[in-house]
Design a protein around this ligand. Sequence first.
Ligand code: ASP
Ligand code: MG
Length: 405
Amino acid sequence: MKLVVLKFGGTSVADVTQIKKIALKVRNEVNQGYKVIAVVSAMAGVTNNLIELAKTTTEIPYYSEYDVVLSTGEQVTSALLATVLNNLNIKARSWLGWQVPIISDKSHGNAVIEEIKTENILESLKKDQVAIISGFQGITKENRITTLGRGGSDTSAVAIAAAFSALRCDIYTDVDGVYTTDPRIVKSAKKLDLITYEEMLELASQGAKVLQTRSVALAMKYNVKLRVLSSFEDLPGTSIIQEEKNMEKTEISGIAHSLNEAKITLSGVPDQPGQAAEIFGALAKHSINVDMIVQSSSINYEATDITFTIPETNMTIAESTLKKIQKKIGFKKFIMDTKVVKISVVGNAMRTQSGIAKTMFETLANNQINIHVISTSEIKISVLISSDYYELAMRSLHSAFGLDV
Ligand code: ASP
Ligand code: MG
């Protein structure tokens, strides 16, 4: 079956005028002889409003009824798009997650897709209907509705593309592709024609917002042909590919920044086996995701300092957790700092090329920017710096790595 999956984000379905425009993109694929599954987000801003509404009834988010509220946004758009298509004489029908069904685990608010049953949709596609599936939602084996985490429609689309062996999965959004860095901060940012799954995964997880991180991991796992395209203009977009065709490419691919960071320093931690396990174990129990970690080795084997970062949104829970274990572990004090930003440079070139760290640190030094914490992976270097300087850091790094247009 010649099948494509098209995903339309919130700004692409923001109002009916917009929905009418993207309906033409669907029609275009149909006219070219493709079977089409469209996956839709809620209209821009709707999910935020639903969260605020649900919050007014309870302090405990992400229980099952909360997901029932949140998933309504996508229900509306799938029906609106199906109606508009039918008015254009393109046969189409809406599908909610449970009607497909898209089966997920029970982790409400951040559920993981376990299985997508294909029979119902295949039958509909055979009747030449376009299937419009509500993104962001699933159903548990216990028959409860779940949602897949913010930005989860990307993951719905990629999972559907994998389950149906689609020829490609096109993610339509409000930008015309993946950029070397955030164009709102660095005016000279340029659009990339190609990027590898691994690079995209690093960029997404380090703060680039164009795709939900999970969706990129899934696309990589199932080798889904992924593209990021503009809903508003007819431009080629960015293709996410297995391996860089240009193997000798030397420059880095992109610079990401993340504002949702907090730095915590524990000082006077007794230098004994098991302390780090105890501290990070306590944080993990509350699902606090620790990211960068540095520990200095003590001179006298008595006490050491540990610095790490967590999402700023986890600050309150981290603070109460640390207070609880302070006595038992016996560290002297802890300091929290939220005026920090993480900047990451990403590129496959790092595997083979030396000197990237040197360029990065030198550039920051030349701009008098102090580095608090450093972490690296094979294709990424991240630094934590004061939030006062992050725009300067991004601009100067963009230029130092030769990415300016
Ligand atoms: N509507 C959901 C959100 O805003 C899912 C999505 O748009 O991908 O997070
Ligand atoms: Mg999105």
